[in-house]
Design a protein around this ligand. Structure first.
Ligand SMILES: [Ca+2]
Ligand SMILES: [Ca+2]
Length: 227
């Protein structure tokens, strides 16, 4: 996805969304941000590949991107699969990450309550062994450190990508805390999630509603597959 020229004072929110199985021949395997103001909340980036830098996210120029309650895992670029291969920020940009799980996290990007721990995604490739298809399972396993580790203050949707309640007390400590990622782990015996793409539709609606963002699919940065 190429997000370009969001010039307004209000960030464009992208919430409860998964980006998986995408690739680009250049920078930004899943999301290339250019001259835009984005607010990524509860998004999961997994198994995206950038031909150059930023397998998950590439923050180009004139950007202010805030990432909260999100997961970056197993994205890669020509430099490997470390922190900058998950989310790359050109030094002139603002990239604010908080309550987010980033593979290879070093702390160099600052923020609070970020972690490089394994998010324990259930089955990112799914039974077909291919990322970006309907059988992918990017939900959090029950022991995931991303459960109950997000920031409730930034949540703007009451449901997660499965349509389950967004802020849930999974560990039973009496405090309901949102998870990191697009899916909220439900208490055992709770609703059984089904694979759905309606979250992608929600994201598209948000993009259109924002009105200030032009999304372009273009070569050489064309993204393949679903978000
Ligand atoms: Ca699959
Ligand atoms: Ca929770």
């Amino acid at each position: 996805m190429f997000s370009f020229s969001g010039g307004g004072a209000t960030p464009m929110p992208i919430v409860n969304s998964i980006f998986t199985g995408n690739s680009s021949v250049s920078d930004g395997g899943a999301l290339f941000s250019d001259l835009t103001i984005l607010d990524l909340i509860n998004c999961t980036f997994s198994l995206n590949t950038g031909g150059s830098r930023g397998g998950g996210l590439y923050n180009y120029v004139g950007c202010a991107v805030t990432v909260t309650n999100s997961v970056f895992r197993d994205n890669s670029d020509m430099f490997g699969a470390g922190e900058e291969s998950q989310a790359y920020n050109n030094p002139s940009n603002l990239l604010s990450l908080n309550h987010t799980c980033v593979q290879g996290w070093t702390g160099s990007l600052g923020g609070v309550n970020n972690t490089g721990a394994d998010p324990q995604l259930v089955d990112p490739l799914g039974p077909d062994g291919s990322a970006g298809t309907e059988d992918d399972n990017l939900r959090l396993a029950s022991g995931s450190p991303c459960i109950d580790a997000g920031d409730n203050a930034v949540v703007i949707e009451t449901l997660d990508l499965d349509g389950n309640p967004r802020i849930v007390d999974h560990d039973g400590d009496g405090t309901a805390t949102v998870d990191m990622g697009a899916y909220e782990a439900q208490p055992s015996g709770g609703p059984v999630p089904t694979v759905s793409e309606w979250g992608m539709i929600v994201m598209t609606i948000l993009l259109i509603a924002a009105g200030t963002i032009i999304l372009r699919y273009r070569q050489p940065r064309a993204v393949q597959g679903a978000f």
